[in-house]
Design a binder for this molecule. Structure first.
Ligand code: SAM
Length: 218
């Protein structure tokens, strides 16, 4: 996600310590203290400008949500967007998702989301893909046995790669869609899909959206 430098980003972040965390290691094992209610914790890595997680937090007050994003200007846009709603079940984290198991204790997270992750198409960059085995190992730790990973992308190659990577790791695919929007339309309201910013851009161009849900072995 490309963004211009936002001169107001630093001030907005400094002024809103109630909504954004800059030292996620500090909350390892204690994330529930950041929320109004103790309830299952859902985490998105690479949250971008936050559209998906804000939508999820509004639609699901019964869950707590943490959005992790690497780029300060991008996350500041998410923060700005979320502030008017004062959502008691949403927190932002400015950090690299590679450290996810330093941020959360084993089994502290119930559900993980990866949406339109950077594809890193060159083989020499495979290790940077958020579905590479070292990332899956970290996810396995924070989710624990039976934890769920939901993944959406427009990128067929990343999707194919991710299916191979996840199944080699021992995850079980429990849901699979090669055209999510067609499946959502056909489900007549049964299949919930909160759209991300990238998803809307790609879908508007007529590209199919791929989605899977995978479960770590019990
Ligand atoms: N999820 C959003 C969406 O679907 O609209 C944004 C998708 S954008 C293509 C990918 C985002 O992931 C970028 O904002 C990027 O900075 C972030 N990102 C990439 N690698 C990351 C990492 N290791 N940890 C945290 N964020 C990361």
């Amino acid at each position: 996600m490309r963004v211009r430098n936002k001169p107001w980003a630093d001030d907005l972040i400094t002024e809103n310590p109630q909504a954004i965390v800059l030292n996620p290691e500090h909350y390892r094992g204690q994330w529930q203290s950041r929320f109004k209610s103790v309830q299952p914790l859902h985490v998105e890595i690479g949250t971008g400008k936050g559209q998906f997680l804000i939508g999820m937090a509004v639609a699901h007050p019964e869950f707590n949500f943490v959005g992790i994003e690497l780029q300060k200007s991008v996350l500041a846009a998410a923060l700005k967007q979320s502030l008017p709603a004062e959502l008691p079940n949403l927190q932002w984290v400015l950090a690299d998702g590679q450290g996810v198991n330093d941020f959360f204790e084993p089994r502290e997270v119930t559900q993980l989301y990866l949406n339109f992750s950077d594809p890193w198409p060159k083989t020499r960059h495979e290790k940077r893909r958020l579905t590479y085995k070292s990332f899956l190992k970290s996810y396995a730790e924070v989710l624990g046995d039976g934890g769920q990973l939901q993944f959406k992308t427009d990128n067929r190659h990343l999707f194919e790669y991710s299916i191979m990577s996840m199944t080699s790791f021992g995850l079980n695919l429990t849901e699979l869609s090669l055209d999510l929007h067609a499946d959502v339309a056909a489900s007549q309201g049964e299949l919930e899909n909160i759209e991300t910013e990238y998803e809307q851009k790609f879908a508007a161009k007529g590209q199919p959206i791929y989605r899977l849900v995978a479960q770590f072995p019990k």
